[in-house]
Design a protein. Structure first.
Length: 211
């Protein structure tokens, strides 16, 4: 996984091959964030990554590395009014579907990797924590860091996050555009995320019905 810290957000992407030119990574990030290519800098371990023609191996990029994306496109407030002594707020970029098949595939993979890295471990812990303690002293409630037992709020939170992921994947479909590889990847990603949601709901319903 490659982590890109952009302001308060952290984006997650599959780690590119180390022979990938930096310029390719920069272009992919610009496509995903909808920022102009030349409007931001990439910083890794305190050093600015400048040479776009150099392969990523030049920068000693490692698995689970964190790159900082600094700069980016800024806009003035819609009404153009800024009070004295204040800085014009920077509106958050609205999600926009990538305009190329390659960009769409990158966005699909990034969303799926985000689910795998952040939500799947939480769902695993949730399901594990639903197992009641056995008489033999087997760990159950509380073993995964949840209250004893997990609450409906925990289930609702995870369900909503997975549903949001499905909505983001759905938004990556552009009506009237036929990109076969992107279509296959989106369908596969939707199936995987839906499977995680089904497992979460199945475990919760099974717990409730077994009472």
């Amino acid at each position: 996984m490659l982590h890109v810290k952009w302001g308060r957000e952290v984006l997650h992407f599959p780690t590119p091959p180390l022979n990938t030119p930096l310029g390719k990574l920069r272009a992919d990030l610009a496509e995903y964030t909808q920022l102009p290519v030349g409007s931001f800098k990439l910083v890794y371990k305190g050093a600015v990554m400048k040479e776009d023609t150099a392969p990523l191996s030049t920068y000693n990029l490692t698995e689970n590395a964190t790159i900082f994306l600094i700069g980016g496109h800024t806009l003035a407030p819609e009404d153009g009014n800024v009070r004295p002594g204040q800085t014009a707020p920077v509106p958050k970029a609205k999600p926009v579907a990538p305009q190329t098949e390659e960009g769409t595939i990158l966005a699909i993979r990034a969303e799926l990797e985000r689910v795998r890295a952040t939500l799947v471990p939480d769902v695993d812990a949730f399901v594990h924590a639903l197992v009641p303690p056995s008489s033999e002293g087997e760990k159950g409630y509380g073993a995964a860091g949840y209250p004893v037992p997990p609450t409906p709020l925990d289930h609702t939170r995870l369900s909503e996050l997975l549903l949001q992921s499905l909505l983001r994947l759905d938004a990556l479909h552009m009506p009237g555009v036929d990109w076969p590889e992107a279509r296959v990847q989106r369908k596969t990603a939707v199936r995987e995320v839906q499977g995680v949601l089904d497992r979460l709901d199945g475990a919760w319903v099974g717990r409730v019905s077994s009472r």
